[in-house]
Design a protein around this ligand. Sequence first.
Ligand code: ADP
Length: 448
Amino acid sequence: METRSITLPACAAVLLAGIGCTLLAAFQPQLLVLWIGLFVAAALVTFFLVRRGLRAQALGVARYVTELSALPVKAPIADSAFGPVLNAAAQNNREVQGRQNILQESRHQLETLLEGMQDAVLGVDAAGRVQWSNGPMRRLMNRDTAGGSVRHGHALVHTFRDPALLAAVQTTLDQHTPCECRSEYVLPGRIFQVNASPLPGGGAVVVLHDRTEAEEMERTQRDFVANVSHELRTPLTSIVGYVETVIDHETLSGPAREFLDTVLKNASRMHRLTEDLLLLARVEQAENPLDLQPVEAETLLRDALRTVSGSSYAETARFEIAGTTTRNVLADENAIMQVLGNLLENAVKYSSGRPDPPHVVVGVTEHASTGMVEFRVQDFGPGIPSEHLPRIFERFYRVEKARSRATGGTGLGLSIARHLVEQHGGRIWVESSLGEGSTFLFTLPVTD
Ligand code: ADP
């Protein structure tokens, strides 16, 4: 404002002096020198005034810019030629400040969340150097009797020595995919579930979940079940054996035979249950190492079909082979017979009556891209409702409890099958549509 008030009259004086010089040059040339002198003087005064005004403005802007960089800014300059620009900058500044506050708030919430977690968490950058860690992680590593601690800014190997954990994190960093593993070497005597997840801008978050107590409890449960099953096995074998002998006796009365029939049926069921429980305990603890040999996939399928089609429950069933391969798979023959036997038995049992006789289609297909052979057992029974599909391979899980019990099922067959297939490095799953039937599929690795 002040600059404008000085500059305008000065400019007007210079302009008038200029016009005067021109007119005098035309009408009174003798006063020309005086007028030129006046013109030069006005121009000089204007120059110095404008310069002083601009300097004052520049100082104002400089002060304001300094305030802008030191957030938050005070009042914007309103009475300046640069007012609109500076006001816009101030507005922009307020928005940046607002966004920064929100970011700080989110960061604070995230830090509180990470600190409040029971799991130990740390972050690594794309080069695998530790960038940050939460309190549980720091406390965990300080408990290390070897005196280890979380080494921020250093490669992960300076914090953890476990090869499985380091490999999982490296896979996540290289492939930008989540990776998990079980680690027994983070701390002596502790077992951790390790989950590494990629970060959007590179790097990864590593979460360590302590599973020591949970695994201990699961082991105690398994041991208990295995011990009880083992203790029951001998008396049950003897009950079944004696009842089978007595039931054939000619002198037996009708009601007595009926009672013994019931005893035999239930004792046989308990016997099957104890056998399945013992088998499950063995496969879960990987007690029996697999005897892996190259074996033709088709041979496995045909052998299993031969065994099942000779059983009484499959007398009327119609089996069809659709698709085979001569490729060898790396498999323990007995284990895969157990898996195929269970799937074929289920296909017959759970589709009996629909269609009548039960129709079962089996096949093997090679998937060269994955290096796997896929085994398939399809039935055309009632199918399995979709809500049961994710849980069907769990221990004792049955879709229709009454029907499973009536067919003599223990609810353990699929659970055993899953463990056996996974021990081979394969995968087992089911596809099913209500009213159309179910297809159970599993894969085994191809071998030359
Ligand atoms: P079970 O001894 O009861 O047959 P499994 O573990 O073999 O135990 O099967 C678990 C449950 O899955 C069964 O009880 C049954 O409800 C369901 N199931 C398995 N196979 C089929 C199938 N082919 N069709 C329909 N339901 C099935």
